[in-house]
Design a protein around this ligand. Structure first.
Ligand code: HEM
Ligand code: SF4
Length: 550
């Protein structure tokens, strides 16, 4: 895991003391709400319906057990005993008192955590594949490049006030688990014809009101040119991105309005001017890579019988292994998901006690490391097969072993009316109702890989437009209604979901979702996943049943 240096620590501490002064001046009435707004947004602090919300950065989703314990104690001491993992691998506190936020930040700074650049119109946290470094289909571990990008973006003087927020994701695997194509800049590690590893660079992807799939601006970029090329893209965006209309300000609109060819030519021209000044040396890359060296795996881990015996004897354990663990490139190890999607808890939420228990599990069984995922779960990445039974028992005891990863109840959901002042819909409540209606695990497992994403308004924070089933809260004459889309995906075959038809009332939403699942079961060919069935049969059969019944 990357070790921050003294410079990073000083920077974080200085920022805390600066923010302490700003908060004090606001509370004393020396700063107005507008003046303070700009300052608090530089420190991840939003104002929501009930209280401020603080978003804490988790660089590329990697956490140490020490950091997890700090998140736990902070949630207990400054919040209501829980926190929330987001789709961009970050952590949010929903209830901190404004006057205590500087102390909260000082606590986080003791474990090198902060909330700089987690809100506002700046370069945000770079996200990545939560199975980086352990999955079998990886060209190269993306985390060293995420770290290089983190260092480049942190307090980059030229990009502190962009037209709008700017998000980057990097993936090194064949399977995209990081929604790379829906980022302002997407980076895929790739090989060229001569086998050299470099990057394919995409730009102009994004979600929100106008979801757009990113387009390739450079099919192959040499490693040494990573930062100069990213700098060129962000410079072009900073100069030409629209500042007159917040809804047209993201790079996706610039790419769309300029046209890919012209946009690419603009980047290339800027890049030619700066590329020689910003060469990333192979020594620097190696230096960073060394901090992501594999842990000391046990070469004898594969030699055990107990795992097979437990699998044969215990159906619940076998189910958990099937759904909540993944293959590891090292024999005798698996990656184990910690499901934050228990039926009775809001998606992505975790209590202080659970955080501490997961930190203990990480120390005991997974080299003291935890990862957060785009779909709002956690991962213990390096668990020995022999230890999985104990890990499962301990997770089960604290309600973190629901065997539902990648299934219909592994929903992504935004805070909605419970916390957000912009919401039309109580997304968390609706997610709970859907969960209750789908509480039969055998049924959930039978219907397989279906991703439901739900947002409480058209800002689309929870990526509903790329859910296999998307649910969007809309306001109809002061009442909560829901618009359904089908066929979206944020993975390799990226697609934006198509609207099923008119929106449906809140009391019908659960019946609509179960009807959609019924139609799928009727229509699917043997073992055909939901997305493929939707592609093959189109929306008609779903429409017919949904609107006939409701
Ligand atoms: C107080 C109000 C809001 C809350 C509580 C909220 C909450 C969230 C959360 C939890 C995420 C995931 C963030 C992360 O992981 O870093 C997110 C992302 C996002 N938010 Fe919000 N949000 C709010 C306001 C807005 C507004 C006003 C907009 C647009 C005008 C917006 C647009 C988005 C979009 C588009 C994403 C993710 C997708 C993307 O980056 O393209 N949000 N929001
Ligand atoms: S999608 Fe809308 S309701 Fe949900 S968090 Fe974003 S702004 Fe709020």
């Amino acid at each position: 895991m990357y070790q921050y240096n003294k410079q990073d620590q000083t920077l974080i501490e200085e920022r805390v003391s600066e923010f302490r002064g700003q908060t004090q001046r606001f509370l004393n009435g020396e700063l107005g709400a507008d003046q303070f707004r700009a300052l608090r947004l530089m420190n991840g602090l939003y104002v929501q319906t009930h209280a401020p919300m603080l978003r804490v950065a988790v660089p590329y989703g990697l956490l140490s057990s020490k950091q997890l314990r700090k998140l736990a104690s902070v949630s207990r001491d400054y919040d209501r005993g829980y926190c929330h993992f987001t789709t961009r691998q970050n952590v949010q506190y929903n209830w901190p008192a404004l006057e205590r936020v500087p102390d909260l930040l000082a606590e986080l700074a003791t474990v090198q955590m902060h909330s700089i650049q987690t809100s506002g119109n700046c370069l945000r946290n770079t996200t990545s594949d939560h199975l980086a470094g352990i999955c079998k289909d990886e060209i190269e571990d993306p985390r060293p490049y995420c770290e290089i990008i983190r260092q480049w973006t942190t307090l980059h003087p030229e990009f502190a006030y962009l037209p709008r927020k700017f998000k980057i994701a990097v993936s090194g695997a064949g399977h995209d688990r990081a929604a790379v194509q829906f980022h302002d800049i997407g980076v895929y590690l790739t090989k060229n014809d001569s086998g050299e590893v470099g990057f394919r660079i995409l730009a102009g992807g994004g979600l929100g009101r106008t979801p757009i799939i990113g387009q390739t601006v450079r099919p192959f970029l040499k490693k040494q040119d990573l930062l100069s090329y990213l700098e060129a893209i962000v410079r072009v965006y900073n100069l030409f991105g629209r500042r007159d209309n917040k809804y047209k300000a993201r790079i996706k609109i610039l790419v769309k309005e300029t046209g890919l060819e012209k946009f690419t030519a603009m980047i290339e021209a800027e890049w030619q001017r700066i590329r020689d000044e910003m060469v990333l040396s192979s020594e620097r890359i190696e230096e960073i890579k060394a901090q992501f060296a594999p842990p000391a795996y046990d070469p004898t881990a594969g030699n055990d019988d107990s795992f097979g015996a437990h699998l044969a004897d215990n159906a619940a354990f076998a189910k958990w292994i099937k759904y909540n663990t993944v293959d590891h490139k090292v024999s005798g190890y698996r990656g184990a998901y910690v499901s934050l999607k228990a039926p009775d808890s809001p998606p992505g939420d975790i209590t202080a006690e659970q955080l501490e228990a997961v930190a203990d599990l990480a120390d005991q069984y997974s080299f003291g490391e935890i990862r957060s995922t785009h779909r709002q779960n956690l991962v213990l990445a390096d668990v020995k097969q022999t230890d999985l039974f104990s890990v499962w028992q301990q997770l089960d005891a604290i309600k973190l072993a629901t065997p539902n990863i990648g299934t219909v109840t592994d929903m992504i959901c935004c805070p909605g009316l419970d916390f957000c002042s912009l919401a039309n819909a109580s997304s968390i409540g609706v997610a709970k109702k859907i969960n209750e209606a789908l509480d039969d695990l055998d049924y959930i497992h039978d219907i397989g890989d279906i991703k439901i994403n739900m947002s409480g308004c058209m800002n689309g924070c929870a990526h509903q437009s790329v859910g296999h089933i998307g649910i969007l809260g809309v306001d109809k004459h002061g009442e909560e209604w829901y618009q359904i889309t089908l066929g979206g995906s944020s993975e390799n075959e990226a697609a934006i979901g198509e609207r099923l038809g008119p929106s449906v009332a809140k009391d019908q939403i659960t019946a609509v979702i179960t009807t959609i699942l019924d139609v799928y079961i009727q229509q699917r060919l043997e073992d055909e996943p939901f997305l493929q069935t939707v592609k093959r049969v189109g929306l008609e059969p779903f429409k017919e049943r949904v609107y006939a019944n409701h």
